[in-house]
Design a protein around this ligand. Structure first.
Ligand code: KIV
Ligand code: ZN
Length: 512
């Protein structure tokens, strides 16, 4: 008999806290469906009390996802906890995750509370939450930098109040593996009722050690839950990456001796979906999900792999879903084949009308591009979800001229609140001219802080996927657009970022 390691995904909460990564509730539901397909044990769907949008997203996910536990974060106060419980009402299995900072620095400078006040608040909150749901997780924020004696008192007290999971965050990514593992071990040894709860690790990646620290927390410390995000998405340098932890525990089962519920074959699709939705491109050499993760360029390696795969491969690409990277459909494919492919990719569009609309878009794309890859379909449905949200701005058409020695020029038509607008401009290049033409009419005043183009698949026939990051009045948003024509993709990405700037969200930062 082996132990089980619980995978707690926080892409939709901690991941979304990454500047520019905010998602609409439909995008979140689509990702939650993919996480359910991946058989993630717990999905942290958001922070219900932080905004109406987050509340609705948690509620939507709680109402639709039935195989994973759905969790909402909440600060340690009755209002937040009641709001989380309300949003989770429809869940088959609900968890409230309440947190309060316990490090001297955070208590004194941020909360302006004494340790005794924090202890009392933690107890009251867990007690209150336990009266609303049976599954309550408690996190001492900045736990790793907290005084160990005080932390032990807090943890013992919240277990007595009914906390079922204790999560020890390395909020600022300060830990190193051996010390973090021993820290968890010490806490488990010193808290007298430690066996009454499941211990969890939550590591940030500021020093690039989030995965190593989490695994040390499991191996040395005996934690049985890991908190992580797809692609390691998260504030600053991100969170512990789900795909790396899962594949480490699976590939080195000889060492960890732990079982997982996860079905890894859906990992690559999940990675693509999160990247396309947020505009956070996955680096090519990223473990497991990077484009080069299974590519053998050197002649010696290629020769070895051809003779015996395991000479240079410790995992099989198809086990994490890389075989999905193939031609799937073309212009002769019918609606049923398209619908089936959507299902295989884990995309469920809510109505027949949405499927019809996506199918029309697919046919238009197939007319321009002979081979349609899974990535193309995912990009297409990402755009669909934006359209479904009835955004303020939408792309209509574009023509542009660029010739050596001539000033590039673009003429664009787009809609603003349903009204068609035509605009034109010169620029340093065709992309610059197109975005200047949009800005000339919208006058957002936003500053562009990132522009990147990425080929969705691997040839010049590929669609270009463009990410545009805009900053305005302290808000940062990412817009993503895909098209075989990268100038059009850029215009779509710019309009998508404007839409996000337009839909102002009143969020409360989890660590604020
Ligand atoms: O990093 C952190 O401390 C958190 C808590 C809110 C759990 O995300
Ligand atoms: Zn965190």
């Amino acid at each position: 008999m082996t132990d089980k390691l619980i995978i707690f995904d926080t892409t939709l909460r901690d991941g979304e806290q990454s500047p520019g990564a905010s998602m609409t509730k439909d995008e979140k539901l689509r990702i939650a469906r993919q996480l359910e397909r991946l058989r993630v044990d717990v999905i942290e769907a958001g922070f219900a009390a932080s905004s109406n949008g987050d509340f609705e997203a948690v509620q939507l996910i709680a109402n639709h996802i039935k195989d994973s536990t759905i969790c909402s974060l909440s600060r340690a106060n009755d209002r937040d906890i009641a709001r989380a419980a309300e949003a989770l009402k429809g869940a088959n299995s609900a968890r409230i995750h309440t947190f309060i900072a316990t490090s001297a620095l955070h208590m004194e400078k941020k909360l302006r509370m004494t340790p005794e006040e924090v202890l009392e608040q933690a107890k009251l909150s867990v007690r209150f939450a336990r009266n609303l749901v049976g599954d309550v997780e408690f996190s001492p924020e900045d736990g790793y930098r907290s005084d160990v004696d005080f932390l032990c008192r807090v943890l013992e007290a919240v277990i007595n109040e009914g906390a079922t999971t204790l999560n020890i965050p390395d909020t600022v990514g300060y830990a190193v593996p051996e010390l973090y593992g021993n820290f968890i071990k010490t806490l488990r040894e010193r808290v007298p009722n430690s066996d009454k709860a499941i211990w969890s690790v939550h590591c940030h990646n500021d020093l690039g050690m989030a995965v190593a620290n989490s695994l040390a927390g499991v191996k040395i410390g005996g934690a049985r839950q890991v908190e992580c995000t797809i692609n390691g998405l998260g504030e600053r340098a991100g969170n512990c990456s789900l795909e790396e932890v899962v594949m480490a525990v699976r590939t080195r089962r000889d060492y960890f001796g732990l079982d997982l519920n996860i079905d890894p074959v859906h990992i690559v699709a999940a990675s693509r979906m999160v990247s396309q939705t947020t505009g956070f491109v996955v680096q090519p050499n990223k473990a497991v999900v990077g484009a080069n993760a299974f590519a053998h360029a050197s002649g010696i390696h290629q020769d070895g792999v051809l003779k015996a795969r395991d000479t240079y491969e410790i995992m099989r690409a198809e086990d994490v879903g890389w075989s999905a990277n193939k031609i799937v459909l073309g212009k002769l494919s019918g609606r049923n084949a398209f619908k089936q492919r959507l299902q295989d990719l884990g995309v469920s569009l809510d109505s027949e009308q949405e499927i019809n609309h996506a199918f029309t878009k697919f046919k238009e794309l197939a007319d321009r591009k002979s081979e349609i890859f899974d990535e193309d379909i995912l990009a297409l449905v990402s755009e669909e979800s934006v359209a479904a949200d009835q955004e303020a701005f939408a792309f209509v058409s574009l023509s542009q001229r660029s010739e050596t020695g001539e000033k590039p020029f673009a003429s664009i038509v787009f809609t603003a609140h349903g009204q068609e607008i035509a605009s034109e401009s010169e620029g340093n290049g065709p992309v610059d001219a197109s975005l200047k033409a949009i800005e000339a009419r919208v006058k957002s005043g936003a500053e562009m802080v990132l522009y990147s183009v990425n080929a969705i698949s691997d040839s010049t026939e590929s669609q270009g996927e463009v990410t545009v990051r805009l900053q305005n009045s302290g808000r940062v948003v990412n817009g993503v657009g895909a098209d075989p024509d990268i100038v059009v993709a850029s215009a779509k990405a710019y309009l998508s970022a404007l839409n996000k700037l337009h839909s102002k969200a009143d969020r409360v930062a989890a660590q604020g």
